[in-house]
Write a protein that binds this ligand. Structure first.
Ligand code: 1CP
Length: 372
């Protein structure tokens, strides 16, 4: 009941969904975080110097870029992830955001003082209106995919979004977000709550538009120590996992309001190694791990409560073919052979300097070793 079966073609490859639900599979599915983007020459051709968000807002172009890796590595990638960015939630909340060519995200007017939150919280956010373009891009992509692989929707984790909203862009010191949580913790929490509310609705509406699985990117979780993670990230991540199935049920998109089994959700809390046990109790179907985890140890900690995703160091793609083979073998063996509770991915996103051929070799090895 997760989709209007008459509206879209039936799924030919549902390996990812089955693995995320904890079913036994013939081989572990594989996809790559940020698999669409700058390492692929065809991305630059289609983007053709256009502004990043202009690209995302054009459903034809966004869907084309989304499908590029699925075409490029034909038959080797088991999912598509919609081409967009985590920063569309701050945009929907009324903040201006640009992506600059060399330096990345840029907020001309970041939150620096508690009084800055008044304008953010003063009005409700109409997600269906503010992010209408995102839903159109998802529907167009789902139609064009024609059931080849499932389409993933996503959003940023509340803490990670607050980092960008306060820092105004990428950072090494995390000075402003630290000022907020250590000097104005209650004001920070008010904004985290609002981001969470918007995130739940945004994820639910992505499913309505055609997303078949979801991922929450709490990419800067590892900037927080265990106590701060428990206070400024985990409660909001838990809320998302708990409220989403109920909202999907309200919208008539799933049959069970308590468990999100029909539309699986993955949490990627990069760097929060101390929280793995807690994350396994939050209700996410899958937990995406960065490369600092030892797979066997993670399997032992999670003990079947969630499917694990990951976790090759993206830098392995710069290595020799022999090394890629060895690292893929070690990774899959570490995750128990990969025939249950496992999704292959890198431990973080692709890098612009990746050689597309080596990414292809990595995918082939994942198929070969994962099928053994
Ligand atoms: O295939 C895909 O996954 C592409 C879609 C996608 C996703 C899932 C993009 C396109 N961005 C994201 C998520 C995203 N954006 C995250 C979470 C994932 C992660 O941790 O890597 C984060 C932290 C961002 C923020 C962001 N947007 C950055 C990182 C900057 C930093 O602080 O280190 C950058 C460079 C962007 C812009 C962006 N988003 C996506 C692309 C391809 C780009 C580069 C823009 C360009 O020049 O073409």
């Amino acid at each position: 009941m997760t989709e209007d079966a008459t509206k879209y073609a039936p799924l030919k490859n549902d390996l990812l969904l089955r693995a995320a639900r904890g079913e036994k599979v013939e081989r572990p599915p594989v996809w790559i975080m940020r698999q669409a983007g700058r390492y692929l020459p065809e991305y630059h051709e289609v983007k053709a110097g256009r502004d990043f968000f202009e690209t995302c807002r054009d459903p034809e172009i966004a869907s084309e870029i989304t499908i590029q890796p699925v075409d490029h590595y034909d038959g080797l990638i088991d999912a598509a992830i919609i081409f967009s960015d985590i920063l569309v939630i701050p945009q929907a909340m009324g903040m201006a955001v640009e992506i600059r060519e060399k330096t990345g995200p840029f907020f001309p007017d970041p939150m620096r003082e508690p009084s800055d939150i008044d304008r953010l919280l003063s009005s409700d956010v109409d997600v269906t209106k503010e992010l209408a373009w995102a839903f159109e891009a998802i529907s167009t992509t789902r139609r064009k995919l024609n059931g080849r692989v499932p389409l993933l929707g996503f959003c940023g984790g509340p803490f990670t979004l607050l980092v960008y909203m306060t820092e105004g862009g990428s950072t090494k010191l995390y000075r402003y977000i630290r000022t907020w949580i250590y000097k104005h913790p209650e004001a920070a929490k008010q904004v985290l709550q609002r981001i969470t509310d918007v995130a739940v609705e945004f994820l639910a509406q992505q499913v309505k538009a055609g997303a078949q699985m979801l991922q929450v990117f709490e990419s800067w979780a590892g900037e927080l120590g265990p106590a701060e993670f428990a206070e400024f990230s985990l409660p909001y991540l838990r809320q998302i996992a708990e409220r989403l199935p109920r909202r999907l049920h309200e919208l008539g998109l799933v049959s069970d309001p308590e468990r999100n089994h029909e539309v699986p959700v993955t949490i990627f809390a990069k760097g929060a190694w101390y929280a793995l046990d807690d994350l396994a109790n939050t209700g996410y179907n899958a937990i995406s791990l960065d490369w600092l985890y030892d797979p066997a140890l993670a399997v032992k900690t999670v003990a079947g409560r969630a499917t694990l995703q990951g976790n090759l160091d993206p830098g392995v793609i710069y290595g020799s073919k022999e090394t890629i083979t060895r690292k893929v073998e070690e990774m899959i063996a570490g995750f128990g052979g990969g025939k249950q509770n496992y999704i292959i991915n890198l431990g973080h996103g692709t890098q612009p300097f990746f050689d597309p051929e080596m990414v292809g070799f990595f995918l082939e090895e994942c198929h070969r070793v994962g099928s053994l």
